[in-house]
Design a protein around this ligand. Structure first.
Ligand SMILES: NC(=O)c1ccc[n+]([C@@H]2O[C@H](COP(=O)([O-])OP(=O)(O)OC[C@H]3O[C@@H](n4cnc5c(N)ncnc54)[C@H](O)[C@@H]3O)[C@@H](O)[C@H]2O)c1
Length: 250
């Protein structure tokens, strides 16, 4: 406990799944946490659970693709907790879109607005507070889907995650001398609503069993990696990529 003592974190998409696990783990490790999501009811429940177990959390309604929402989220963070040390760009959507010739322009634009532009807007909104403190850690959640092509199902999703990975490297290079780090995590298949919504149960089970480590990921598996990159233990780590995927590429 205490690996994030005195730190303040914004975690997007923290109303459920991996973001929820990260918010709870961060609080357990001493951080004050801003739970940011479009799901107000679920997000407020996460906040109540953290606060009733002795932590300090705040919910803010945030659509990551909207600049105005980001401005309000950072304002709310600073007014409640006085500083911002960690940004986890975790929120994303999965559309299960078809092949390049089949998917619509609207699907492509929506995917990029949320999965690629969202983390850019978040980074831009968080930077002034981090620059003022001379420190910060930004963790972007991409995907193994961004590391290879797709035969169908992740055409724009993979492209947006690959864009996010490259954006992470630029952020890392541009702000390292200001004490701000940026790293990216590539989760493999994790048993959350995102996977449950797009993949039948039998297939999910088979995917897990076929991984070298024999099971699907759990939200906490990713959260431990995010915690490392958020904490001072990774103070010499920037522009790096961490695959947490059950051994997918062995
Ligand atoms: N589950 C997987 O198999 C898997 C694999 C690789 C990468 N990922 C990535 O992990 C991250 C977390 O996903 P998850 O598995 O917890 O999925 P999830 O669907 O359970 O959670 C995603 C969260 O993002 C929120 N969200 C969606 N659109 C938003 C928007 N416009 N603004 C703010 N919040 C928004 C949702 O409300 C939800 O709370 C995502 O970046 C996802 O792409 C997931």
């Amino acid at each position: 406990m205490g690996r994030l003592e005195g730190k303040v974190a914004i975690i997007t998409g923290a109303a459920q799944g991996q973001g929820e696990a990260e918010a709870k783990l961060f609080s357990h490790e001493g951080a004050n946490v801003v739970v940011a999501d479009i799901l107000d009811k679920e997000g407020n429940t996460v906040v109540s659970e953290i606060n009733s177990s002795g932590g300090q959390a705040l919910f803010t309604h945030l659509d990551v693709s909207r600049t105005e929402d980001w401005e309000k989220a950072v304002e709310a963070t600073l007014s409640k907790f006085g500083q911002l040390d960690i940004l986890v760009n975790n929120a994303a959507i999965w559309l299960g879109e078809g092949k390049a010739g089949e998917m619509s322009e609207e699907e492509w634009d929506k995917m990029f607005a949320i999965n690629a532009k969202g983390p850019f807007l978040g980074t831009k909104a968080a930077l002034p507070a981090m620059l003022e403190r001379g420190s910060g850690s930004i963790i972007n959640i991409a995907s193994v889907s961004g590391l290879h092509g797709s035969k169908g199902g992740a055409t724009a999703y993979g492209a947006a995650k690959a864009a996010l990975t490259n954006f992470t490297r630029s952020t890392a290079g541009q702000y390292a001398d200001k004490g701000i780090r940026a790293n990216v995590i590539h989760p493999g298949p994790v048993n959350t609503e995102m996977l449950r919504g797009g993949v039948e149960e039998d297939r999910r089970t088979a995917i897990g069993e076929n991984l070298p480590l024999g099971r699907l990921g759990l939200p906490i598996d990713i959260a431990y990696g995010v915690l490392y990159l958020a904490s001072e233990e990774s103070s010499w780590v920037t522009g790096s990529e961490l695959r947490i995927d059950g051994g997918l590429y062995i």
